[in-house]
Design a binder for this molecule. Sequence first.
Ligand SMILES: [Zn+2]
Length: 73
Amino acid sequence: MSDNSDLVECPFCHEKKAGKLNAPEPAEEFLLVGFSKKTNKLFPDRGFPVDAYGCASCKKVWLESPSLKMVDD
Ligand SMILES: [Zn+2]
């Protein structure tokens, strides 16, 4: 999680102990992609860029999409 100055209020438990999660290196961003149960495949070329947040108090994780626009390479 980022440093303490970036803490935000958790929408679930309302403690100010939530913050943006860093994507695992070497990635810089999270991308919400599709998955097919029929073929057991991920489709990493299309998805919604999202910010991920986590709460240190209730341990919930949630996503926000700043643009709600799909990226499609
Ligand atoms: Zn919480």
